[in-house]
Design a protein around this ligand. Structure first.
Ligand code: NAD
Length: 233
């Protein structure tokens, strides 16, 4: 496999999807074992479900937190985090909500779809909450139900995070997409935006998909196999 010299690039951006965490044991979305094959999102992952039965939805998210905490970041997450320590500008833009990049040591991570590790009070804003069980289901200041800070089905994306991601994509000169099927919009438009901005675009995915032709290069392997050997000076 050809290696990339990080010093040839000013700003390296990793764009990750569910496949990035697959080797850690976090199920992908569409593949076999995907979470929405076992649960109906209408009952657990939309505002209407939360309004109807907040405790049921919070308990479901506690199960997801427990299963993610049982998983560990893999060598691919570690390679991404290591590069951030060695290169002046590395950004991770992720569709994942599992916090694996941060657990591996990445600091500049833009989470497009929120995080399993945060809750949101409609009046008092975001609360970090890490652990299997939530510390509390209701805001200690106002008593409102705390909602997982995740982009559920039917939600708008966080415009501030989207703006930061768009800016990072415009400014990067190497765009490395890992483990995304490219069907969830607007994130699916990012490879084209990076390419239009002049970045070299590389895909790491064991399988081709309809977005694959947008990339200058597609590496057919898994994140854990490919990333540790991808960069060398
Ligand atoms: P997706 O499930 O639609 O696609 C996963 C992609 O990863 C596929 O193209 C598959 O070929 C590839 N893949 C599988 N194993 C891989 C590996 N080991 N290395 C590299 N690639 C691999 O995922 P998506 O495009 O991210 O879209 C799904 C949505 O679901 C996202 O919005 C995301 O927020 C959410 N989601 C998040 C998580 C998580 O936080 N870990 C898990 C499932 C779904």
């Amino acid at each position: 496999m050809k290696t990339i010299r990080p010093e040839d690039y000013r700003h390296i951006l990793f764009f990750t999807g569910a496949g990035m965490s697959a080797e850690s044991g976090v199920p992908t979305y569409r593949g076999a074992g995907g979470v929405w094959r076992s649960y109906r999102w209408e009952e657990y992952a939309c505002q209407d479900a939360f309004d109807a039965d907040p405790e049921k939805v919070l308990r479901f998210h506690e199960l997801r937190r427990k299963s993610v905490l049982a998983c560990q970041p893999h060598a691919g997450h570690e390679a991404v985090a290591r590069l951030e320590g060695e290169h002046p500008q590395v950004t991770v833009v992720t569709q994942n909500i599992d916090g694996m990049h941060q657990r591996a040591g990445s600091r500049r991570v833009l989470e497009l779809h929120g995080s399993l590790w945060r809750l949101r009070c409609p009046q008092h804003g975001i609360r970090e909450d890490i652990g299997e069980a939530y510390r509390r289901y209701r805001c200690e200041d106002c008593g409102n139900w705390l909602r997982p800070d995740i982009t559920w089905f039917g939600d708008m994306l966080d415009s501030f995070v989207m703006g930061q991601a768009a800016q990072a994509i415009r400014s990067c000169d190497l765009f490395v997409s890992i483990g995304t099927s490219g069907v969830v919009w607007p994130a699916a438009g990012f490879p084209q935006a990076a390419r239009d901005g002049g970045a070299r675009c590389i895909e790491i995915n064991p399988e081709a998909n309809e977005m694959s032709s947008l990339y200058h290069e597609s590496i057919r392997g898994t994140a854990g196999e490919v990333l540790p050997g991808l960069f060398s000076s």
